[in-house]
Design a protein around this ligand. Structure first.
Ligand code: NAD
Length: 508
């Protein structure tokens, strides 16, 4: 073990200690956690068993029955306190995100800021869980809808946003009156322990939250499956690969449960003849290389109009050849490590497949000398493709940008939409018509469509999610809260008659 790698594990332990996580929660167990920064082991966590999951679900069910009766603005107070605790611990938790997910320091802190933002949003929302009053066709009647708490919410999260996605779900679920059980990624369990400890501080200050209101189950897919299979879990919010969603979605549907599926993306940008190329260059570089290509919204495909290809593509290649790659904890590098060897192998396989189909690859090689053999740093790859074929049609969770040229605007929209995923999209243009068509019913088929910004870096105020193989779920802002509640339509008769709807007569 080098001095450098030892310090990563030691730093993680020091942060966990400051946040009040007992060492017994991350030592002596069977789940090995590693930092992609160095590849070094950072913990051995005891994992939950299916019996533990069942017990947690029962506790959550009891907690839900009490919590649903607490007025929503009061529930908001717990989330307000959580936001305060996150503000106080932002530096530590952000650093731990960087250690465990390999993000740059600024991205690690940004992830915690996103948690704080959704807490603020949810607190406001706790006084705004509005239903409609609806015009009724019957005299002396009133019709309205009421939103009620839903039940136990199972939150399954991916490694690449190890804590923000929990917060998107938990902040809303808690103000909506639900109980939450979190199954974090087995690749990032330490940040989950830290977040749970921060939540515990908020719960202690709040004073009267029912026991078992927000629990954590550490483990792999089998523990996620225990939540997925339980009819006592009203909603499964699952974030991860489309492969996982293909298993989880049908299982939840088969028991008539509700699911929010936030799955893979294959996000594209289109650069039009009128685009501001300086702006496009920066947006594409961040969208494709930021977080080492490990965002669900990472830009993976780029369509450049023939007339600007010569002006843009060489500049992109230069950016790819010169972008700084390094240890995110000890440098200002813009690109950190891949999460593990599996991600590296998948990237190399995709690049080979692209080359076999005529792709010209810039970059993509492993970068050594940063943090030893157990860490996987790569130079992001830019691949000039003759057509949208083979690996271009799939999400490879690594920094590969496939660049293609186009001539016809209608054809490029069609090509843009001709992949399985439908998460995020962007167009670079100053032509009002192109912009509006892209955003129209005949334009991008994604859940997120942007103009003159990249595909990644969404704010919490909007509903987040995508269509098709991305799963159709929506989380975070706008009216995503409705997914965490059940709607009741109420009709009240304050007359002395009993008129039936649709003029039906049934006199006895
Ligand atoms: P993954 O699918 O390997 O794992 C995600 C989570 O699902 C983990 O917690 C895992 O334990 C759990 N899981 C796996 N199999 C399961 C099963 N059968 N039943 C229940 N749970 C199961 O994904 P990952 O590698 O951690 O994350 C990367 C993927 O996540 C990418 O495809 C990325 O696009 C996607 N992602 C999507 C969003 C979004 O909002 N759309 C956000 C982040 C990541």
């Amino acid at each position: 073990m080098t001095a450098q790698t030892a310090s990563v594990a030691a730093e993680a332990a020091a942060i966990l200690g400051r946040l009040g996580v007992a060492p017994a929660l991350y030592t002596g167990g069977s789940l090995i956690s590693r930092s992609p920064v160095t590849g070094e082991e950072t913990g051995r966590l005891p994992v939950a068993t299916p019996n533990d999951a069942e017990a947690a679900i029962l506790r959550a069910e009891a907690a839900f029955k009490a919590w649903r009766l607490v007025p929503a603005p009061r529930r908001g107070e717990l989330v307000r306190l959580l936001g305060e605790e996150l503000r106080a611990t932002k530096a530590d938790l952000g650093r731990l995100v960087s250690i465990e997910a390999g993000k740059s320091v600024s991205e690690g802190l940004g992830e915690v800021q996103e948690m704080i933002d959704i807490c603020d949003f949810a607190v406001g929302l706790s006084r705004q869980l509005y239903g409609l009053t609806i015009a009724t066709e019957r005299p002396g009647h009133r019709m309205m809808e009421t939103w009620h708490p839903l039940g136990v919410v199972g939150v399954i999260t991916a490694f690449n946003f190890p804590v923000a996605v929990w917060a998107w779900n938990a902040a809303l679920a808690l103000i909506c009156g639900d109980a939450v059980i979190w199954k974090p990624s087995e690749k990032t369990p330490l940040t989950a322990l830290a977040t749970q400890a921060i939540l515990a501080r908020a719960v202690a200050r709040f004073g009267a939250a029912p026991e078992g209101l927000a629990q954590l189950l550490v483990g792999a897919g089998d523990i996620g499956a225990a939540l997925v299979d339980s009819p006592k879990v009203a909603l499964i919010s699952a974030t991860g690969s489309t492969r996982m969603g293909r298993i989880v979605g049908p299982k939840v549907a088969a028991r008539f449960g509700r699911s929010i599926l936030e799955l893979g993306g294959n996000n594209a940008g289109i650069v039009c003849p009128s685009a501001d190329l300086d702006m496009a260059l920066r947006a594409i570089a961040f969208g494709a290389m930021g977080t080492a290509g490990q965002r669900c919204t990472t830009m993976r495909r780029l369509f450049v109009h023939d007339s600007v290809a010569e002006a843009l593509v060489p500049r992109l290649k230069k950016a790819w050849e010169t972008v700084s790659i390094g240890n995110p904890l000890s440098s200002q590098a813009l690109v950190g490590p891949l999460v593990d060897k599996h991600a590296f192998d998948a990237m190399q396989a995709a690049l080979q497949a692209a080359q076999a189909l005529g792709g010209k690859v810039t970059g993509g090689e492993r970068v050594s000398g940063i943090a030893g053999d157990a860490a996987y740093y790569v130079r992001p790859a830019l691949v000039e493709m003759p057509a949208q074929v083979g690996p271009v049609l799939e999400e490879t969770f690594a920094p590969i940008l496939y660049v293609m040229t186009y001539r016809d605007f209608d054809a490029v929209i069609e090509a843009h939409n001709a992949v399985g995923a439908g998460l995020s999209s962007s167009i670079f243009t100053t032509d009002l018509r192109e912009m509006e068509v892209f955003l129209s019913a005949a334009g991008s088929d994604c859940g997120i469509s942007n103009v003159n910004i990249g595909t990644s870096g969404a704010e919490i105020g909007g509903a987040f999610g995508g269509e098709k193989e991305t799963g159709g779920g929506r989380e975070s802002g706008s009216d995503a809260w409705k997914g965490y509640m059940r709607r009741a339509t109420n009709t009240i008769n304050y007359s002395r008659e009993l008129p039936l709807a649709q003029g039906v007569v049934f006199d006895i």
